[in-house]
Every structure is written in C-alpha cells, then in structure tokens.
Design a protein around this ligand. Sequence first.
Ligand SMILES: C[S@@+](CC[C@H](N)C(=O)[O-])C[C@H]1O[C@@H](n2cnc3c(N)ncnc32)[C@H](O)[C@@H]1O
Length: 328
Amino acid sequence: MRSDAIKIDHFDQFIARQEFSKWRDQLLKQALYNIRPERHGDLPRWQAALDRLPALTTDRKSYDVSKISIGAATEISSALKIQLKASLMELHPWRKGPYQLFGLHIDSEWRSDWKWDRLAKHLPDITGHNVLDVGCGNGYHCWRMLGFGANYVLGIDPSIKFLIQHHAINRYARETQFDFLPLASEHLPEDLAYFDTVFSMGVIYHRRTPQNHLAELRNAMVAKGTLVLETLIVDEAPNGLLVPASRYAQMNNVWFIPTVSKLIEELAKADFINIRCVDINETSMSEQRSTSWMTFHSLENFLNPNDPTKTLEGYPRPKRAIVIANKS
Ligand SMILES: C[S@@+](CC[C@H](N)C(=O)[O-])C[C@H]1O[C@@H](n2cnc3c(N)ncnc32)[C@H](O)[C@@H]1O
C-alpha cells in the first residue's frame, strides 16, 4: 500500500491558515497519524473512487437548503452522471445528508436536515462567526452553518470514511471557508480559545468521560462563545444517567445517556451559563432509515419489533435533546 494513500494536499488549505499556525504542526501530525494507511485497509479503494470522480466545475452551490446542492443537472452528461454515481457509491454507506450533486440525489440514512431545522430556529445569529463542528460526520451540518452565515467552519471527525466523503463533495464545491480534519475532540489544543460557536452533536455519549468532552469544547471557545450540544437523552434514570450494560440500539460505544436535568447539571459543573434545552425529539423511522445509499440495517432493525417504544436491548427508544449554553 502506498504511504501517501491519503493525499496530504487535502490539508493544504488548513495548513495555509495563519490563525492556526501556533498549533498547525501538532494538529497535522495527529491528523496524519489518525489516517495512517495501515489502519484503513479500504483506503486505496476509497482514494481510487475519489480519483475516478468526473472532472466537473460549477458555480452553482446552495448550502441553505435541505439538500446541499452543488452543480445543476444541466451541467452534466448522462454518461458522466453514471460515472459520478458509481464513484460516490464506492463510498457507501452515506449516513449523513441529503446532498444533490449535479442533480444526483444522495439519499442518506439520516435526514440530517431535520436535525438542522429543529436547531436552526433556536440558534443565535452566527453571521461572521468562526465555527467548530466536533464530530461533524461527513460535514453535512458544516455546509448548513456556512449557509447560515458563518465566516469559517472547521469540522473535525476521527472517521476517515467521513473525511473521504467530505472530499468527494468538496471536489465540486471547492469551498475555501470550510476545512475538515480527521481529529477527535481529545486532539484539540487546550489553549485554542478561537471559535465563536462550537457544535457537538451526537458525540458526548460516545465519550467515557463527559466532563472531559465539555472541557475540550469549552477550551475551543472564545469567552461568552456559544455551545450547541445535541445528545441522546432519557426521560428518567437512577441518578439521571442510563448506563447501558453493553449495546444501546445495537451501538457498542454508548457509555451513558443522561436525562435533560442531569445534562444541564453537568454543563453548569463545567462552567457554562445561560443553559437552555431548546428541543426534545424522539427519532422516527422516517428520520433514520435504510436507503439505496445506506443499505445496512437502520433504526427499525434496532427497535423491539413487538414493542417499538424499546430498543432491542430493552431500553427506551432513541430520543434526543438540543441544549444551547454560553462559556462563562
Ligand atoms: C452520531 S454521529 C453524529 C454526526 C453529526 N454531528 C450529526 O449530528 O449528524 C457521531 C460522530 O462523532 C464522531 N466521534 C466519535 N467520537 C468522537 C470524538 N471523541 N471526537 C470527535 N468526534 C467523535 C463519530 O466518528 C461520528 O461521526
């Protein structure tokens, strides 16, 4: 396998940013370590799929619509559309979206736009903000943040498949105000204090130590900055925390699920202020489902068929909350 299987030029734009020069070497070293080829057997195939994407350019981009839309159907021939679809399908499963590339609809497992819609009506103005999206998946919400007026968005996610999917989209968007680094929140510098708004959506329950995660988010923010935290929650649990014995909805990396009041308590302990829960929503089988772009099992397979109010493991089915707070 080639040691340059992930091309370093993916990070050129980030490397050129003066505002991160103090931490650049540290972040880049960690990013390259996270994507070392020996850790990802499929990397050459994904890189080849990226290389096979048809060469197309467009000025038509909309980030402020449900289906992030890049290019128009009239800008691509049917032969190239087949090639585009085949290359993107090599990057299956598409979990976050939807996207529309030159009229091709990528119908992802999650209707990520529904989460954005629930959130956007409560989101303080982010016009001109520098924004960090921790655990950004393939970057769907980062595009929406740009569409909402953010000046610059850094998305971080340790999943290399998501990094590759981002590059497939950005091949056509050629966006200069959005960088994606394959990092976990633990890899952020402690003295960053740069971002006006920080999002952590669907991440905290994957961390064994939630207070550490909150500290990482806090450290990334300017004073008085805004935190948007989205997480699985339960209505009630002993001491405010459901601790799954093993899996939760078939996920083997959910360490705890808080009640909303426990979550608010933890945020206050981490020195956040103005803490408010703005949305609670039970995930429906229309929001998370198998599609032709994500053919594996999805929510309906993770619920008890005889009692869909429960997961297969007997826990309450997934419900999620969005909490907004400020750094003190
Ligand atoms: C449930 S997905 C949520 C994706 C997206 N934020 C959303 O709301 O649709 C959780 C994401 O967090 C990422 N993740 C897991 N642990 C992380 C960590 N320690 N730091 C940053 N991201 C992490 C995973 O790779 C995954 O993409």
